[in-house]
Design a protein around this ligand. Structure first.
Ligand SMILES: [Zn+2]
Length: 159
């Protein structure tokens, strides 16, 4: 059993029907996956989508800040330090808007790194759905410890 507050919180985060939730999770993840293809990075392409109360409020993919050259990697193939991760871009896009990510769900094609997991938590995001596990599980551990619902989707057949 859960406490009243936690039950209420989860009620607003997921549909009561798990099959319906799975259909929506997959549909949103397909969009996040499409968004990842917009990335100019060659080493790894990551897509993010932020959904709040049934509405897509933000999107992002990994890349350089606005106004910088699109190349993510240097001549040696190493990623420039100033490349923003997909979820950081999506969270910052909310910051530029009049909306906020409190109580939202983040769809991410790859599990988040340590740095981004801190941003996810502080943005008030309450649920993470991801597809591929990043090599370092520290980010996921932080989010679980922080009380977020974390859900891994099985591979999308269309990818
Ligand atoms: Zn990151």
């Amino acid at each position: 059993m859960c406490t009243w507050a936690l039950c209420m919180q989860q009620d607003s985060l997921v549909y009561a029907d798990p099959k319906k939730q799975e259909r929506y999770d997959r549909a949103y993840m397909r969009m996040a996956s499409e968004w990842s293809k917009l990335s100019h990075c060659t080493r790894k392409q990551v897509g993010a989508l932020i959904v709040k109360e049934g509405m897509i409020i933000s999107d992002g993919y990994n890349g350089t800040p606005t106004g910088f050259p699109n190349d993510c990697e240097d001549a040696e193939g190493l990623t420039h330090w100033y490349v923003l991760h997909a979820e950081a871009n999506a969270i910052m896009k909310v910051a530029r808007s009049t909306n906020n990510a409190r109580g939202a769900t983040l769809y991410l094609t790859h599990s988040p790194c340590k740095e981004c997991s801190k941003l996810i938590m502080q943005a008030g995001i309450k649920r993470l759905v991801y597809l591929d596990a990043y090599k370092d599980p520290s980010g996921l551990e932080l989010l679980r410890n922080g009380g977020l619902m974390v859900h891994k989707l099985e591979d999308l057949p269309s990818r």
